[in-house]
Structure formats: structure tokens, C-alpha cells
Design a binder for this molecule. Structure first.
Ligand code: PEP
Length: 258
């Protein structure tokens, strides 16, 4: 994918107890060091639940590992009377490099609109973190053949008002909802179709340089056995991985696709 460094992000969702979370990041570090993973070739990010971030940070910092970590969500607010919310400032102080915003599970179960996702992306950027902005169509839209216009509308809404430099530096994750957690992975051509359309749209709206630089990931039932075909596509710059990221060997295999 041109000069863009591929990125593999493992979203643990609301899984694992605390000890399992610590063991998972340790095992991932072991498997990647055992296989002599080149972090300059593929960036590796883990996305634990909020409550495990500090312990993951301790493991990673303690051994100066090149693995990065992220949060699964962030508040649109900077601080104040928002019980239960976690601000971008809090996450950046914990050393998070990235924040996932607008995951389909947030959009579906928490009614997050593009407007909310946009505000979360802006909050992450203002705190010096990189948003991973999730978009993607459901099964009905796919069956109607409307996946490209549907997804591009989400991209437009979620990135509205950002500068060209901000868009160039962020990450968009194309995750067709019908492929998430279902075992039904999109074909490499399906992934390429929408990832390419996202890049073209970003180039049109935010300029050629932003379109060239923005990293577009695919997500949905990615495994070590299917990542190769997906990464062979020129507009796919990595993957957002759910289920398979809970196993160190499997996620390690995804990171070591090259
Ligand atoms: C996800 O939720 O971002 C995801 C891609 O999940 P899975 O890999 O389990 O389909």
C-alpha cells in the first residue's frame, strides 16, 4: 500500500479478565519478538477495555515494547459532569496513541450518529491521539448494492470540519457490519472496492495529499489465514480485528502477514 505503513489493531471489546488481558499482551509481545516482527513494516496496536489500559501500559513500557495501545471509545466532552465518561485527555495521559471512534457496536447499541463520531474524532485529535474512525454498511444496504454511497456518507459526516493535515494522519476502518463477528469475511475485492472509494472521496473533499496518506483498514472476520489476500489489495492498509485479536498466535500471525 504505497508509502503507508500498514496497521493491525486488535479490538478486545468487552472481553477478558484483568489477568488474561495482561497475559495476552505479554504473549503477543513474545510471539512477535520470537518471529522477529519488524514494527517499522507493520504497526501493531492493541485496544483493551478501559480498565486494562494501565496494566497494558505497564507491560509495554516496562519492556519498551513497540506495541501501541488504544481505547475503544472516548467522550465528546473534555471534562465535567458526565458520569461514566472517559475524556480524551485522560486517555492520552495513559499513553494511548489511538482511539477507536464510531465502531458499529457503538453506532448500533448507543445510537452514535456521524455527528457524535465526528465530535469524538475531534476530541481525540485535540488531545494528540489518532482516531480510528469506523464506517461500514449493514446487510440490507449491501444486498441493495448501496455499500459505497452509504459508507461515503458516513465518511463525510464523521470527518466533517477536519483539516487536510488531520485527515491525512488519521485512520478510517471500513467494517461491513455483516462481516463483523460472523465469520463471513468480505472478499478482497469487496474490501478493495469500498476502501478505494473512501480514499477517492477523501482526496476529493480534503485534497490529494490527504487521500494518499490516510490509512484505510478493513475489518470483519479477519484471521491469519485470510489477511494475505486482503492486504494484497492496494487501497487496504491494514485491519481492525475483533475475535482473532484475543489469541496471541492468531493476532501475531495477522501482524506477520508479510
Ligand atoms: C470488529 O468488531 O471490529 C471486528 C472486525 O470483529 P471481528 O474481527 O470479530 O469480525
Amino acid at each position: 500500500a504505497k508509502n503507508r505503513v500498514p496497521l493491525m489493531a486488535g479490538n478486545w471489546k468487552m472481553n477478558l479478565n484483568h489477568q488474561e488481558a495482561v497475559v495476552l499482551v505479554q504473549k503477543l509481545a513474545w510471539t512477535l519478538s520470537d518471529k522477529k516482527h519488524d514494527f517499522a513494516k507493520v504497526e501493531v496496536v492493541v485496544v483493551p477495555p478501559f480498565t486494562d489500559i494501565r496494566s497494558v501500559q505497564t507491560v509495554i513500557d516496562g519492556d519498551r515494547l513497540a506495541i501501541k495501545y488504544a481505547a475503544q471509545d472516548v467522550s465528546v466532552h473534555a471534562s465535567g459532569a458526565y458520569t461514566g465518561e472517559i475524556s480524551a485527555g485522560m486517555l492520552s495521559k495513559l499513553g494511548c496513541s489511538y482511539v477507536v471512534v464510531g465502531h458499529s457496536e457503538r453506532r448500533e447499541f448507543h445510537a452514535e450518529t456521524d455527528e457524535v463520531v465526528n465530535a469524538k474524532a475531534k476530541a481525540a485529535l485535540a488531545a494528540g491521539m489518532t482516531p480510528i474512525v469506523c464506517v461500514g454498511e449493514g446487510l440490507d444496504v449491501r444486498k441493495a448494492g448501496e455499500q459505497v454511497p452509504f459508507t461515503l456518507a458516513q465518511v463525510d459526516g464523521s470527518l466533517a470540519g477536519l483539516s487536510a493535515e488531520q485527515v491525512a494522519g488519521l485512520v478510517v476502518a471500513y467494517e461491513p457490519v455483516w462481516a463483523i463477528g460472523t465469520g463471513e469475511v468480505a472478499t478482497p475485492d469487496d474490501a478493495q472496492e469500498v476502501c478505494a472509494a473512501i480514499r477517492v472521496r477523501i482526496a476529493e473533499v480534503h485534497g490529494e495529499a490527504a487521500g494518499d496518506a490516510v490509512r484505510v483498514l478493513y475489518g470483519g472476520s479477519v484471521k491469519a489465514s485470510n489477511i494475505g489476500g486482503i492486504m494484497a489489495k492496494k487501497d487496504v492498509d491494514g485491519a481492525l480485528v475483533g475475535g482473532a485479536s484475543l489469541q496471541a498466535d492468531e493476532f501475531g500471525g495477522i501482524c506477520r502477514f508479510y
